[in-house]
Design a protein around this ligand. Structure first.
Ligand code: ADP
Length: 537
């Protein structure tokens, strides 16, 4: 076997490498380094490179440039003489390693992406390209390997893949939930009507109606969670401080998780404000804390902490834009979450709980809500090994808005004229029946255009009650805006079971009732709108 120190790994191309004095004999360097532009380039390039000698035992590295040393965290002396496998660790893909080994045996080129380990134990993704170097007579001399730390690209790809998966599931879920909402509106609505009409003594009829109502309202909750995951729920956000919300909500949280769990708070002073739908934020907290209760078996400690965070300095969250965030972390002292579960737990219907215990929608709802709020929910295991969920809300500026005042007690219905717009025939019929039952005088049309035509003939309506999403070019928000402009004496109440960012913006200046709504709820909202001072200017 020839002495590698006298051979040049890239001899076929020009420069001559020679042993460095006082260095291990496997170290090779240019004979005339000063004039050797090629060698200088290899040394100074940011692309990590090594040369190995297949004629020696275990194919050791006989040359590495500074970029390789920098990438791996090892000094040149620690690297030279070792086989490249010292970069591998427990999570390195064995199949990829076998692919490299096979190529080396066959003296062929190979390109793979490998998870490698630095000297300090941290990992990075290495795009490795290995190629054999042959002498002019065709004899194998060396292997040359270039490497590239592609961790950022891999992270971005993984985040994108994850986002695309969630987006696709979200679209499907949102579509189903939207149609379901309309069906539920009809089921629940007619159950309410029956309930008001059946004989007080007819116990079996009442039991039947109660069962329909209870199941329908359970289905409505599920549908709402699906819409939340699909980021299609109606968010009513306001500027607030989450320390305040956590303080106000504490008593309810404590009651719902039971006495075995100690709830601790660690709230940052001077916490920034953010824009949040408080009801949904409370639901998210409740979901996470209930999971913590289940994970700890009902006895343990749950800590809710808040802090301000500036990304990316504070933490690198690949899926979040750099910027200022308010972070709410909830950590428990349960068994924590394994990698396979962590990968899936925000997906709808993922549960590890026994049948009947979990629907797997709690965290899906949290995920969708956080995305829709411009932030993100993340999970990792905390320092004590238990699960730690973090909710990142974008910081918002401005003064905190006061809580809306408690709704006025509903009177029984009124006798005003209502123009109702609903494209779904059954939902429309139901709405008309409820409103007429309450005493209102109702005209029902099935499109925005139909509503404008009606108003052009007869504008004496106290209220326009319209669905938002309607086919035919004009949606309920556009209709409401034109009614506000042309018929200011007619008040407006919108309804929808579905949120859409574009519509959201426009709908903010109108009152809205979420579908499916109940008879009493609708009456209450209509009275709020009609009895508000200046409602019909
Ligand atoms: P569900 O509670 O109906 O199972 P979720 O979406 O709320 O649905 O939770 C999904 C899964 O995430 C749970 O079944 C459980 O495996 C896991 N999980 C959630 N929170 C924790 C936690 N604090 N500790 C351990 N595992 C958890």
């Amino acid at each position: 076997m020839s002495d590698p120190s006298t051979q040049n790994p890239v001899a076929q191309q020009a420069p001559t490498l020679a042993p460095v004095e006082g260095r291990p004999s496997n170290r090779i360097a240019p004979a005339d380094a000063g004039s050797d532009i090629f060698f200088a380039a290899v040394q100074t390039t940011r692309m990590p490179m090594v040369v190995t000698d297949p004629h020696r035992d275990d194919n050791p590295i006989i040359f590495c440039n500074e970029a390789f040393s920098f990438m791996s965290g090892y000094s040149q002396d620690e690297i030279l003489g070792k086989n490249c496998r010292f970069l591998q660790g427990p999570e390195t893909d064995r199949a990829a390693v076998a692919e490299v080994r096979a190529a080396i045996e066959k003296r062929e080129e190979v390109a793979v992406e490998l998870l490698n380990y630095r000297k300090n134990g941290s990992t990075f993704w290495n795009a490795l390209f290995v190629s054999p170097v042959f002498a002019e007579n065709g004899e194998l001399r060396y292997f040359f390997a270039s490497q590239l730390d592609i961790s950022r690209r891999r992270e971005a790809e993984e985040a994108l893949h994850e986002a695309q998966k969630m987006e696709a599931v979200g679209k499907l879920t949102g579509g189903i939930a939207h149609d379901f909402n309309n069906l539920l509106q009809v089921i629940q609505g007619y159950a309410d009507i029956l309930d008001a009409r059946i004989d007080a003594n007819d116990r079996s009829a009442r039991r039947a109606v109660d069962a329909i109502s209870t199941s329908a309202s359970r289905a409505a909750t599920l549908t709402q969670q699906l819409l939340a995951f699909a980021r299609k729920q109606e968010l009513r956000d306001r500027l607030m401080n989450l320390n305040q919300l956590i303080g106000d909500f504490r008593a309810i949280l404590e009651r719902s998780i039971g006495t075995g769990i100690t709830l601790k708070r660690d709230l940052a002073a001077n916490l920034w404000n953010c824009r949040v739908d408080p009801v949904q934020a409370e639901m998210a907290l409740l979901n996470i804390v209930s999971n913590a209760r289940d994970a700890t078996g009902g006895t343990g400690k749950v800590t809710i902490a808040t802090r301000n965070a500036v990304l990316p300095e504070d933490a690198s969250v690949a899926k979040l834009e750099p910027g200022e965030y308010v972070v709410v972390s909830i950590c428990d002292d349960g068994p924590g979450i394994d990698l396979a579960t962590a990968d899936k737990l925000f997906e709808p219907f993922f549960t590890t709980k026994e049948m009947g215990k979990g629907a797997g929608l709690g965290l899906a709802m949290v995920y969708g809500f956080m995305r829709q709020s411009g932030g993100l929910a993340t999970v990792r295991n905390g320092d004590n090994g238990g699960a730690e969920f973090s909710l990142y809300f974008p910081r918002a500026s401005g003064a905190v808005e006061r809580k809306p005042s408690a709704p006025v007690a509903p009177r029984s219905g009124g006798a005003e004229r209502v123009l109702m717009v609903e494209d779904q025939a059954e939902v429309g019929e139901l709405g008309r029946t409820i409103l007429e039952d309450l005493g209102y005088d109702v005209v029902l049309v099935n499109s925005a255009r139909g509503a404008l035509d009606t108003l052009a003939r007869d504008s004496d309506f106290a209220l326009l009650f319209t669905d938002i999403l309607m086919p035919g070019g004009m949606n309920g928000v556009t209709l409401a805006q034109s009614v506000r402009r042309d018929y200011p004496r007619t008040a407006v109440l919108l309804t929808t079971g579905f949120a859409d960012e574009a519509i959201d913006e426009g709908s903010r200046s109108f009152e809205l009732i979420r579908k499916p709504y109940r008879r009493n709820e609708l009456n209450e909202r209509i009275r709020q709108v009609l009895d508000k001072p200046g409602a019909r200017t």
